[in-house]
Design a binder for this molecule. Structure first.
Ligand code: RB5
Length: 149
C-alpha cells in the first residue's frame, strides 16, 4: 500500500503525527508537503500533488489535511480521476471506498483530534471497492460526468 499525503498550514501538525504513525505500521508514505509550516501556503497546491499521484497510480490512495478538510476536498475533485471526500466518521471513511471508490481522504485538523484521525485513516486504508454491478454502474456514471463539457 502506497499512500501520498499533503497538507497546508492548517493540517501541518497533524500531518507530522500521521506520517510517523503510518511509518510505524510499515506503510509506504510519500510526503508531498508542505515540508515546513508556512501560514501563507495554499491547500490547492498540495491537493493537486496528492491527487495527481493517486490518479497516475504512483500511490494507491491519498490523504490531504487542511483546517476543515473542505478546501482540500474541493480542490482535489478538480483533478480528473480523483474521488475525494471529507470524512469525519468511520462509517463514511470505509463505505466511501467500498461503494464510491473514494481514493482520497480529506481531514480537517481544526475539527478532529489525532485519535479520530488515525481511526478514520485505518477505516479508509483497510477498505476496498466492492466490485458489484451497482457500484460499478455508478462509478461509470461519475466517469461520464468527468467527460461532459
Ligand atoms: C487555512 O487557514 C484554511 O482556510 C484551510 O486549511 C482549510 O480549512 C480550507 O478548507
Amino acid at each position: 500500500m502506497k499512500v501520498s499525503i499533503g497538507c497546508d498550514h492548517g493540517g501541518f501538525d497533524l500531518k507530522l503525527v500521521i506520517i510517523n504513525w503510518l511509518k510505524e505500521q510499515k506503510i509506504n508514505v510519500i510526503d508531498l508537503g508542505n515540508e515546513v509550516y508556512n501560514i501563507d501556503d495554499d491547500y490547492p497546491d498540495f491537493a493537486e500533488k496528492v491527487s495527481r499521484n493517486v490518479v497516475s497510480g504512483i500511490s494507491d490512495k491519498g490523504i490531504i489535511i487542511c483546517g476543515s478538510g473542505v478546501g482540500a476536498c474541493i480542490a482535489a475533485n478538480k483533478i480528473k480521476g480523483a474521488r475525494a471526500s471529507v470524512c469525519h466518521d468511520t462509517y463514511s471513511a470505509r463505505q466511501g471506498v467500498e461503494h464510491d471508490c473514494m481514493n482520497i481522504l480529506c481531514l480537517g485538523a481544526r475539527v478532529i483530534g489525532e485519535q479520530l484521525a488515525k481511526e478514520l485513516i485505518s477505516a479508509f486504508l483497510n477498505a476496498t471497492f466492492l466490485n458489484e454491478l451497482r457500484y460499478n454502474k455508478r462509478l461509470e456514471k461519475i466517469k461520464d460526468l468527468e467527460n461532459k463539457k
